[in-house]
Write a protein that binds this ligand. Structure first.
Ligand SMILES: Cc1cc2nc3c(=O)[nH]c(=O)nc-3n(C[C@H](O)[C@H](O)[C@H](O)COP(=O)(O)O)c2cc1C
Length: 354
């Protein structure tokens, strides 16, 4: 029996296999409201056999978006648009999840295919909040240093979005603390130059991300898991690193976070990242071994045997697949065949099953 196609239990939730669709922004929403593109996109990956389908980074507020076209989860209208997408995921026996996000200083940008650069205030952009007034790069807007009241406001926004995610019908939420977005900006000494209790020591830099994690965990039902995505390292000297990640994951575990998805980078432009197949799994393995947290590995996992190997060698509990699922929505069905596992195909496609 393959590990990849064995179910995983997280609290009261059983996911049918260990292939998670990694969250991927589509930059195709209007006012944060998802549409037919998303229904086909996510429903299609559920048809393709992914065990868990994680809806893309969904902002907790309008100014928390990367682009004006990001998914949002701050209004009832957004929840109504999510319902049919969730239904199409569930119909295939897959588990629906959503990533809750705030872009911080990486907000107010054009879509990547339009250059991914800062939209100025005169062109309808906004001045994003951040731990310190340090822009991501010269191409991005200057952020505003968050006050204590701003920190409480964003915490309240995460709380409101968590309630909306529950109302929409998600089984799990993933808090985005990776890729240089707001919560990661607080963690890293490169983007957090604060002199109050939210900056300076590791303890202080973890304070706001932990406050958000605690708030979400308190609101999410006891029988449903909460996930967190982190960047294990900034890949830059003097930046966020594995020592910090180990401390953070231990702390997340102590408050009942159920799984950590281990990515890396994104905090500063120009970091040299040795991207190659499975380049982040060593971080996943170390965090899993040292903390006992359930771990998702992500990053250039594209082959069934590679994915099975990561799980069998106990580097991770699940694999999250991103770009390979864009290339091939049916990757899980093909992976099963490759590993010699007989999984059911949607009955409509039965006559095509090899
Ligand atoms: C189009 C696209 C959009 C992405 N959007 C998100 C996102 O919303 N949230 C996130 O945490 N990561 C996002 N990522 C990163 C992926 O989830 C994943 O971590 C990364 O692509 C590495 O995995 P892969 O090699 O399987 O693609 C995105 C990646 C791509 C290609």
């Amino acid at each position: 029996m393959s590990k990849l196609f064995s179910p995983i239990q997280l609290r009261g939730l059983t996911v049918k296999n260990r292939i998670f669709m990694s969250p991927m922004c589509q930059y195709s929403a209007h006012d944060g409201i998802l549409n037919d593109w998303h229904r086909v996109h996510y429903g299609g990956r559920a048809v393709g056999g992914a065990g868990l389908v994680m809806i893309e980074a969904s902002s907790v507020s309008p100014e928390g978006r990367i682009t004006p076209y990001d998914s949002g989860i701050w209004s009832a209208q957004q929840v109504e648009a999510l319902r049919p997408i969730i239904a199409s995921i569930r119909e295939q026996g897959a588990t629906p999840g959503i990533q809750l996000a705030h872009a911080g200083r990486k907000g107010s940008c054009t879509q990547p295919w339009k250059g991914g650069k800062g939209i100025s205030l005169k062109d309808g952009g906004w001045q994003p909040p951040a731990p310190s007034a340090i822009p991501f790069s010269a191409d991005y807007n200057m952020p505003v240093e968050m006050s204590r009241a701003d920190i409480d406001k964003v915490t309240a926004e995460f709380a409101a979005s968590t309630k909306l995610a529950l109302d929409a019908g998600f089984e799990t939420v993933e808090i985005h603390m990776a890729h240089g977005y707001l919560l990661h900006q607080f963690l890293s000494p490169l983007s957090n130059h604060r002199s109050d209790s939210y900056g300076g020591s590791l303890e202080n830099r973890m304070r706001f991300p932990m406050q958000v994690a605690q708030t979400v965990r308190d609101l999410w039902p006891d029988d449903k898991p909460v996930m967190v995505r982190i960047s294990a390292t900034d890949w830059v000297e003097g930046g966020w690193d594995m020592a910090g990640s180990l401390a953070l994951v231990r702390r997340l575990k102590s408050i009942g976070i159920d799984m950590v998805d281990v990515s890396s980078g994104g905090l500063v432009p120009g970091a040299v990242i040795p991207a190659a197949p499975g380049y982040q799994t060593a971080f996943a393995a170390e965090l899993r071994r040292e903390t006992g947290m359930a771990i998702s590995a992500v990053g250039m996992i594209t082959d069934a045997v590679q994915a099975e190997h990561i799980l069998v060698t106990q580097q991770a509990d699940v694999v999250s697949i991103a770009r390979e699922l864009l290339r091939d929505p049916y990757w899980p069905l093909h992976a099963a065949k490759k590993l010699g596992v007989d999984i059911p195909w949607p009955p409509q496609y039965q006559r095509a099953k090899p």
